[in-house]
Design a protein around this ligand. Structure first.
Ligand code: DX5
Ligand code: ZN
Length: 237
């Protein structure tokens, strides 16, 4: 279906300056971002520790002032134990890693029962086939385009083929309502190829929160890279 689609940029706060987190998030929201991405790491599933529900709770009122969503990306070994706490803290959507969920159907039902949107994240080496049965139940797929755990890593180029194939599968199965979100290594040089491959949500951390330019300027440059991306012909959400 030809036509320009709206690509969402989700600002990952992992690279923000935590000594002034609220201020940094507000800058992204003022510059038009409507998804704030909160990376939760447990030092087990990924070799890093980050933040918990209290950060979501603190950001909720700021996000509310701009009508923004808070998305929680759980990179933890036992996500089921924390779903309720994160949704109660104010998460609008939660993604769990397929690698951590032996009972994925139940986990996704639980996220919905709590009133949040659900996503499943896939590590770079995890095949799309692991989603075959669960795909119709999801609101989005979070395709990791770096190994999860750290901001500022290089985009893995073979991810583009995976995104392409996922876009095709969604179209073939009449599931275009399922968003494709990418996470990792997205900046003004990689954003265009990611969108062309079929992504409609780009999670961006270090290319938004850095010392090179203001949050607003970084977002302007990212948007301009996306806008000038040739061949965007899908209908987004
Ligand atoms: C990595 C996190 C990402 C991270 C992306 O494990 O899931 O959300 O913040 O950071 P950049 O955009 O710097 O690759
Ligand atoms: Zn993330």
């Amino acid at each position: 279906m030809p036509g320009k689609e709206k690509i969402q940029i989700a600002a990952s706060i992992l690279s923000a300056d935590f000594s002034r987190l609220g201020e940094q998030v507000e800058k992204a929201l003022k510059a038009g971002v409507r998804w704030i991405h909160v990376d939760v790491m447990d030092g087990h599933f990924v070799p890093n520790l980050s933040m918990g529900p209290q950060v979501v709770r603190s950001l909720r009122p700021i996000a509310d002032r701009f009508g923004s969503r808070l998305h929680v990306h759980l990179m933890i070994t036992e996500p089921d134990c924390y779903l309720a706490e994160f949704v109660r803290a104010g998460a609008n959507s939660v993604s769990v890693h397929v690698e951590t969920c032996p009972h994925l159907h139940r986990t996704i039902q639980e996220i919905h029962a709590l009133g949040a949107r659900s996503g499943v994240a896939l590590n770079p080496a995890t095949p799309l086939s692991t989603l075959e049965e669960i795909l119709p139940d999801l609101d989005f797929v979070l395709v990791m385009t770096v190994e999860p755990g750290f901001g500022g890593q290089e985009f893995i180029p073979s991810s583009l083929d995976k995104i392409n194939r996922l876009r095709r599968v969604l179209a073939e199965r009449g599931l275009d309502r399922v968003s494709i979100a990418l996470d990792g290594g997205i900046h003004k040089q990689t954003a265009s190829a990611a969108v062309r491959a079929g992504a409609n949500v780009l999670v961006v951390g270090s290319a938004i929160f850095n010392d090179q330019a203001t949050v607003a300027e970084n977002l302007r440059q990212l948007r301009s890279a996306i806008e000038t991306s040739p061949g965007r012909t899908r209908k987004g959400k």
